[in-house]
Design a protein around this ligand. Structure first.
Ligand SMILES: [Zn+2]
Length: 453
């Protein structure tokens, strides 16, 4: 959800639940991470860290240790291209259970360690301290799924994991009609009615799904449905006023969305005869990996990618510095201690167009799981996924540009606006911990003042 779409919905009075929170609290904007894609963003929200710490680099990436491609569900065709069974396993179990770095602490882990009771509904980065057996053990055994995962104390995940019996309907009946948000509303209502949690992540993904298909400017109806799910949560607490007596509320989206008018295939930049090059893309970001046998260095791979009109900013590491290239101009940059060292054309990542561009690009490149070259797509372009699927005529996200990256933030039930200046989605977890008086784990502490300079 972009701040523009939220603003329009509020102005037209079509989002009464969000409107009640906005009236009672404070509304602003923040910045997502890069690539601005759901697995990366949700992991950043949960861990209060960028991909350099949590190591989820993209929606699709190459696992160098296992020598295989990981796909978290760009499309069903993309999942089939890498093996649907493995892709489902990676999406539901592997990301939280194996791929999120053990060095990162999640907000759920930190709260549970402090004796508090976290809860999450449908949130895909869910790693916590409580063991939850799967509800479908026979199916799990047949598919080599996990028979149990570690999640927050109260944990609900698309009917696959349910820590309590709530009577909520099946989550995945009809996404276009908002069945996942419906499920979240039913579970959320159950939890609020029982005063079951100290902290709840209430995740509503159906608007993103609808906006991918119709485009961000034509999906307000879907957002109205999400607002109704939120309304049911507030009503369970006696309406917005009573709810805010009991709870402080933060609202954010994990990324924005922009319209897709043109389509490219990243692997077209590389002839089949070229050994040791793996180009992976999804939505509006791509990554190129150098595999054994690759004779081209990262700069040479970037040269080829730059020829593609779909490529806007092309990024790679060279001699310990990051290199960003756009329209033939080049910027070298590195975070040294608390200072940015810049060399070349700073306009390549100008802040207006690429909010918090330096830090987001730097921390994307420094993830040990990231590709050797990372591509941020140009405005209006999308990069087809491994199954050739795309959202032409609809909406997409993933790039460094403001439309994909700027998100609304809302806070209600706090004595004063809780956000730091120039906030990002990685600030949410530390902010929640501070609210409960829980110390910030080392993995959430960053030299952000310097990084934002
Ligand atoms: Zn999306």
């Amino acid at each position: 959800m972009t701040p523009d779409v939220l603003g329009r919905g509020l102005d037209e009075g079509r989002l009464p639940a969000l409107g009640a929170l906005a009236d009672a609290g404070w509304t602003g904007q923040g910045t997502s991470v890069f690539p601005s894609l759901t697995p990366v963003c949700l992991t950043s929200i949960a861990t209060g860290a960028f991909p350099d710490v949590h190591r989820i680099p993209h929606l699709v990436w190459y696992h160098r240790g296992e020598g295989r491609v990981i796909e978290y569900g760009s499309s069903f065709s993309a999942m089939r291209a890498v093996g649907a069974r493995q892709a489902i396993r990676d999406t539901i179990f592997g990301m939280s259970g194996e791929h999120v770095s053990p060095e990162a602490t999640t907000v759920f882990e930190a709260l549970e360690d402090a004796g508090l009771e976290p809860a999450a509904i449908n949130f895909t980065c869910y790693r916590g301290r409580t063991r939850h057996p799967i509800r479908l053990p026979a199916l799990a055994r047949r598919n080599r799924w996990y028979e149990a995962v570690y999640g927050p104390r109260h944990f609900f995940f698309f009917n696959v994991f349910e820590s309590e019996r709530t009577g909520a309907p099946l989550a995945v009946r009809s996404r276009l009609e908002g069945s996942i948000d419906d499920y979240a509303a039913a579970v959320g209502r159950w939890l609020v009615t029982r005063d079951a949690f100290d902290f709840l992540v209430f995740y509503l993904p159906d608007y993103d799904y609808a906006s991918h298909i119709a485009g961000p400017d034509r999906s307000l109806e879907a957002l109205e449905r999400s607002d109704r799910a939120l309304a049911r949560l507030l009503q369970a607490g006696g309406g917005a006023d009573d709810f805010l007596e009991r709870y402080a509320v933060l609202v954010c989206s994990d990324h924005g969305q922009t319209s897709v008018e043109r389509l490219a295939r990243l692997h077209d930049s590389f002839p089949e005869s070229l050994d040791g090059v793996l180009a992976l893309a999804s939505n509006r970001a791509g990554m190129v990996y150098r595999l054994p046998g690759c004779r081209l260095d990262s700069r040479a791979l970037a040269d080829r990618v730059e020829e593609d009109p779909a490529a806007d900013v092309v990024l790679f590491l060279e001699d310990g510095a990051a290199v960003a290239r756009r329209e033939g101009a080049e910027l070298r940059f590195a975070l040294e201690g608390e200072e940015w060292r810049l060399e070349g054309d700073a306009a390549v990542l100008e802040a207006e167009r690429y909010p918090n561009g330096l830090e987001r690009a730097w921390r994307a490149l420094r993830s040990p799981t990231a590709g050797d070259v990372i591509v941020s797509a140009a405005e209006g372009w999308e990069l087809a996924d491994l199954g050739g699927r795309h959202h032409l005529g609809g909406g997409s996200h993933g790039s460094l540009v403001a439309g994909d990256s700027t998100v609304p933030l809302m806070a209600a039930g706090f004595d004063e606006p809780p956000f730091p200046s120039d906030p990002g989605i990685t600030d949410l977890a530390p902010l929640v911990l501070a609210h409960f008086g829980v110390p910030t784990p080392a993995s959430m502490q960053k030299t952000r003042e310097a990084a934002r300079a």
